[in-house]
Design a protein around this ligand. Structure first.
Ligand code: MG
Length: 236
């Protein structure tokens, strides 16, 4: 019945996909720009813009430094925008500020129920994030779903980073599926590009992150308001 009966595994991005981007990272990014600008409001605005916030609508742009860069990328964007700092000291300070995201993290849906339903459909589940492996593990633990995920990795797990295809290949190898049997679910170009180059069976864009319907519509097979709609689609 389902058009997607060939799908036997789902690989999720984390930030903006399982975690609501603006209500989680958006809050932390804005606080980081405020802290490191040390009361210089004009500089704070420039840092937000350089990091990727569109100040006209207060939304983070897809594939900006904030949305998909490392801490070093954000530090360099801030310095290019006029923040005077020692690069490595700034990276350390930002890492400290960014670590607060776990406290503010808002999941896009009840992840225990959602993952439980997908497992009930016989699907293998993975999480591939450009955050650190420790950040991924802490997130899954916080929401009580570590035991429901077959494979969870970050940029430092030895599979490279998105949009490279190493993370997808790692998931396929770990759960014994071909890429054509996997749905890649994410909120950015990086996620969809990994899926495209790696030959996944379905690319699913979600609108809980930094990508807009127009942006994701062009690079995904289907675009959903949030991941919870996936259960119905994959049920067969
Ligand atoms: Mg993301």
């Amino acid at each position: 019945m389902s058009d997607y009966g060939h799908i036997r595994g789902v690989l999720f991005d984390k930030d903006g996909t399982l975690m609501d981007y603006e209500r989680s990272w958006g809050v932390v990014n804005r606080e980081a720009a405020r802290v490191v600008s040390r009361g210089d409001v004009e500089l704070e605005r420039r840092l937000l813009e350089a990091g990727g916030v569109d100040l006209s609508c207060d939304v983070t742009r897809m594939d900006s430094a904030f949305a998909s860069g490392s801490t070093l990328d954000v530090a360099r964007a801030f310095m290019a925008a006029g923040l005077e700092a020692d690069e490595s000291a700034l990276v350390d300070e930002l890492n400290g500020l960014f670590s607060g995201v776990l406290e503010t993290a808002v999941a896009v849906t009840d992840l225990r129920e959602f993952f439980g339903e997908l497992r009930g459909l016989g699907l293998c589940l993975g999480v591939a994030s450009n955050d650190s492996a420790a950040g991924v593990a802490s997130f899954l633990e916080k929401f009580g779903v570590s035991g429901l995920v077959d494979f969870a990795i970050g940029y430092d797990s030895g599979y490279g980073q998105k949009p490279g295809v190493g993370m997808l290949r790692g998931f396929c190898g770990a759960v014994g599926l071909d890429a054509g049997e996997v749905a890649m679910v994410g909120d950015t170009f990086h996620d969809m590009e990994m899926g495209r180059v790696g030959g996944v069976g379905l690319r699913v864009g979600v609108l809980t992150g930094t990508g807009t319907a127009d942006e994701l519509g062009e690079i995904s097979d289907i675009c959903l308001a949030d991941v919870s709609e996936l259960t119905k689609i994959l049920k067969n």
